[in-house]
Design a protein. Structure first.
Length: 261
């Protein structure tokens, strides 16, 4: 399923999107399918499935620990695509990874593998829009969305480039720093949502961990909420993981729905 189709479907319902991140292979490849299924049952509209890399510079301690568990469990790009191919879900899937892994596999091969295994979009936090030309070309050729991040410090000139190049949705970084759950929503988030002028859906991530925060994000004018560390924390606990993932996804989705009423 294409990302644009999902957002159009939700727009008709006057409903924001819940984009849920977990790292594939955390703590083992076998568990990922069960965890993704639980998130979808809970109401996730898009799954952002991390492909673990040994130097995840944009990720905070929680997700770094999840990545380390996945790598220690034997995760590789080949196993990653096998996992994705085994998923029986009818929502868009997005791969979040770092450029080194894409480059090593071969840019065209990586994008073609995404198409073959049902991935609709790619997020590469260490690839700037200015240096994305080759990968963007293959994404356009094979109809895969290339999603860029916009931060509170992004200049107007860079933002124009990002909004011109990116497709699927724009990933708005709610606050400075790395990923990780927070107790509050930064005041800069509303300013950033208002500053980004585009018809492409805007999804906000970094720091969201409960339904109240998700509702607040949608009320700022965002089209979607991205949650990762809160889910990875549940996986790290090892306790009733599928049930708790589903419950948190449901809480977040209920908050998002409430904001649209």
């Amino acid at each position: 399923m294409k990302i644009s189709d999902k957002f159009n479907e939700l727009k008709k319902k006057r409903e924001g999107a819940l984009i849920a991140y977990i790292c594939a292979g955390d703590p083992t490849p076998e568990g990922t399918k069960e965890y993704v299924t639980a998130l979808v049952r809970g109401g996730a509209d898009i799954i952002e499935l991390g492909l673990p890399f040994s130097d995840p510079t944009a990720d905070g301690p929680t997700i770094q620990a999840g990545i380390e568990r996945a790598l220690n469990g034997g995760m590789t790009p080949d196993i990653y695509f096998k996992i994705v191919g085994s998923l029986k879900v009818h929502i868009p899937l997005v791969v979040m990874t770092y450029y080194n892994l894409i480059f090593k596999r071969g840019l065209e091969k990586f994008v073609k593998d995404c198409v073959s295994f049902g991935i609709s979009g790619i997020i590469v936090p260490d690839l700037s829009a200015e240096e994305s030309g080759e990968l963007a070309g293959f994404c356009k050729q094979y109809n895969v969305d290339l999603i860029f991040l916009v931060a509170p410090t992004t200049t107007e000139s860079r933002m124009k480039r990002i909004l011109a190049e990116g497709t699927g949705f724009v990933y708005l970084v709610a606050r400075m720093g790395v990923t990780g759950a927070r107790k509050d929503i930064a005041a800069s988030t509303r300013e950033l949502v208002e500053r980004v002028k585009t018809t492409t859906p805007k999804a906000v991530g970094f720091g969201i961990s409960n339904g109240k925060q998700a509702s607040e994000i949608i009320r700022t004018g965002a089209d979607g909420v991205i949650v990762g560390s809160a889910f990875v924390d549940i996986i790290a606990s090892g306790k009733d993981v599928p049930e708790r993932l589903e419950a948190l996804a449901r809480e977040l989705k209920e908050g998002i729905r409430a904001a649209g009423k």
